[in-house]
Design a protein around this ligand. Structure first.
Ligand code: SF4
Length: 287
């Protein structure tokens, strides 16, 4: 059966697999009141990773090969136009347009052209609203993907582990470059983009291993990338795999403090559904 993609659905949720291209407004911790843009096929998760903690469940396809129902430039534009009409009717303004949805957006074969069109539509219909792209960083080394990411106002790029074995355990990365190439790719993105780059680290315990033990190596990678800021978090929903555990709040704060100390960057902690909190203030807050 051919999957039919709705252009816009105001009722879809950011934490579920969606059947629409544009959805929301939804409330996100980092973007506030956001319109989601899903450029992956409807109704299933397509991702180059299969993270043990993914809130969308297991990956159903690791690449775009053979997938049907990709969002294209015109459908994305139509979805954004419909969303702007809906928002006008309910007299609501948004704070962010976020490329997120059913997996990894850079897998869309028309990724660059779609981002370019989103930026144009944003200028026409949502002037001043930032466009944010969430990526797992797996395709950042590809020139057209890097150029697409470089158009966004903010890229939030996942980097959970710099050790290959640990990355395999946490992210189950499929057919992706070695971590050192991804670090170099993120560095190149940082240098060629007019927007900002944030690195997003999910701290977990899994099968008696944890990325809590690798903060030194992670900090070295961050110093190479030079992001504008770093987010540190732990899963808030029960993970897909029962062998995965969230880390305790105290560990999260301690780890963020270590990264802050070693890099000097702006480091934010994401706790539960609260907005990001700067570790520089949080770590010294005595209440
Ligand atoms: S990269 Fe994101 S969408 Fe893909 S498996 Fe990991 S958490 Fe899920």
């Amino acid at each position: 059966m051919l999957n039919i993609m709705k252009k816009y659905d105001p009722t879809a949720s950011i934490t579920d697999i969606v059947d629409s291209i544009v959805f929301g407004p939804v409330t996100s911790r980092r973007g506030g009141r956001s319109l989601g843009v899903n450029i992956l096929p409807p109704g299933k998760k397509v991702c180059s990773f299969d993270c043990a903690y993914c809130m969308l469940g297991r990956t159903q396809a690791h690449s775009g090969k053979g997938a049907v129902g990709w969002a294209n430039i015109d459908l994305v534009e139509k979805g954004l136009i419909e969303a702007s009409e809906f928002l006008r009717k309910i007299k609501m303004e948004i704070e962010c347009i976020a490329l997120t949805g059913n997996g990894e957006p850079t897998l869309n074969p028309e990724f660059y052209d779609i981002v370019e069109r989103i930026m144009e539509v944003r200028d026409d219909l949502f002037s001043g609203v930032p466009v944010v792209i969430y990526t797992n960083s797996s395709k950042v080394c590809e020139r057209s993907v890097m150029n697409g990411l470089a158009m966004a106002d903010l890229v939030i790029a996942k980097l959970d582990a710099v050790d290959e074995e640990l990355r395999e355990l946490i992210n189950h990365a499929s057919n992706t470059p070695p971590v050192k190439d991804i670090v170099a790719g993120l560095r190149a993105l940082r240098n060629c983009s007019n927007g900002e780059l944030a690195v997003d680290i999910m701290l977990v315990e899994i099968a008696e291993e944890t990325n809590l033990d690798c903060l030194e190596e992670m900090s070295e990678a961050l110093l190479e990338i030079r992001p504008h800021c770093v987010y540190v978090q732990t899963p808030t929903k029960p993970p897909v795999k029962t062998s995965v555990k969230s880390v305790a709040k105290e560990e999260l704060i301690k780890s963020a403090s270590v990264i802050k100390e070693k890099t000097g960057y702006d480091v934010y902690v994401l706790l539960g559904m609260n907005p990001p909190m700067p570790i520089a203030v949080l770590a010294t807050w005595s209440g």
